[in-house]
Design a protein around this ligand. Sequence first.
Ligand code: ADP
Length: 603
Amino acid sequence: MGFFNLSINKILTRELSILDKARIRLLYFGLLLAIVGLGALYLSVYLQNLHFMTLMAGGLLVAIFALFKYLTFKPHWRTISHLLLVIGTIVNMVTVFVILQDVNIIPIQITILVILFSFYMLGQNWGMFFSLLNLLPVLIFMVMKYDHNYFIDFKPETADESTTIIAVFANFILIIFIHSHFYTAFLKNIKQLKDNSEEQAALNIKFERAIEKAEKSSQAQSEFLSTMSHEIRTPLNAVIGMSNLLLMNNPRQDQSENLEILKFSANNLLAIVNDVLDFNKIESGKIVFEKIKFNLVDLMHNICGGQIIKAEEKGLLFKLDIDSALRRKVIFGDPTRLTQIIFNLVSNAIKFTSEGNVLVRVTCLEDRHNNITVGFSVKDTGIGIKKENLDTIFEPFTQESITTTRQYGGTGLGLAIVKRLLELQGIQMHVSSKVNKGSEFSFNMEFPVATEVAIAKEKLADPQQQQAMAHVEDPGSNLRVLIAEDNPVNVMLMKKLFSKWRIVPTIAENGERAVEIMQYGNFDVILMDLQMPVMNGFDASMEIRKMTDPAKANVPIIALTASALFDIRDQVTNAGMNDYVAKPFKPDELMEKIQNLVATVNN
Ligand code: ADP
């Protein structure tokens, strides 16, 4: 059955291009037309008893039919075109040199047919080849015919007018067909290109909308987290503050233990909220690294100070080993971020080690005078990490196993934050670990070195350091404090806190009120909450800085902030404030800041 199936549909497959489909259709219908034309020609020359022509027309008919059959069997349009062009060339030559021994309209038509067909089907090179192959003999014949009557020893057969009409007509039909067919195909091709580009444009619009939507939702998400964390931090601040106050009130032994647990849990919760907020900030690309002066030795001592106590509580030996070459250097960098990285690594080392030691090593690897490379390493003798988990522990919210969560708690965000903080600075973290033997986390960081002499400026470089060194006077002195704070719980907390130092602060419930109060009263220091209704802390500070009385305009202002924004330092200084404390603050730390600022202004 398949052998007799001559349908075109079975050879036109979907994956063919528009032009190739056109080529196959051209062959299919062109061959059919040729069969009809040749059939008519055959009859005509047969009836006129023209033997040679009958033979040729018959032979051609068989050949064309065979090609047609081959095409419907396998659509090898290239091979068939070559065969057809060879046949066409032979027919052309035989017509010119043998049958007609003349160049009339028919050989010219055949030549045109070959030209059109070869270019459309086989392209430039083959088109040129077959065109010349057919053109040359016609030209040569016309030139040579001057000298001969008959070209060869064969009397030309003269067909009657009807044969010529049939041949001319059939050839013209073929020429028109080939041309119109390809013209349509080219138009279709252009239309398809246009449609494709329109489709592409529509897709692009869809893409842009999707990206916009995703960006909006990620922005909404990060805003939500930001607001949430602020909302959570405010009551947490009160909880931690109240526990501090109660602990200062000489509680009973059992109360004191409960309060410590309360304070510890609230601090833990705060650390988690901070981690989530931090991670969110890093992920949304909102993090900017600072370039401020600090001394690495001081910073490392600060970070590890609290950790040493924790390690000792667990019976671990804690060793901090800092290269002496770093002692006199003042370097530029982001101490807050570096603290976060080292703190996380050291906390983990202590957390996941039950016996042995934790070694923190800081080495100056290269000193190029205006630039140093420092190697940091945190090594422990703890539970270690399985080789196959070495990558996953850096994924957010991932811990090594469920047992880890059960046994040690945590969110699994610490290392994710550390890794991203390093990667944003183009630094890679290295980990080597053996189960039950211990782990080592290490990385190298480059710092520009300040030209100034270290030792003397070392302390100035870090205001916190400076304050830590400052002598803490009896805080009971008669400080006049104005507190701008809208949250009643915080107000109560502050009042209680200051009452410990025998200070009665004045309270302003918003920024505008603070400015008003400042106009009438005199204060030594203002504690300014940043987020307040009516007028926020930034605007209020700017208003105060504009006051005509220099004593008022220069009053020290300390910002109180509940949000852990990274760029808060810049914002606070830009609004003319002197310093800031993040809620929940340590009472002593706040008092130190106040006293330092007041002392500076008075000097
Ligand atoms: P978390 O400490 O909150 O669990 P991290 O992202 O800091 O989250 O750490 C992810 C996991 O990596 C930890 O849960 C732990 O399984 C593993 N890990 C990190 N540091 C160490 C270490 N020093 N020793 C053993 N395991 C560690």
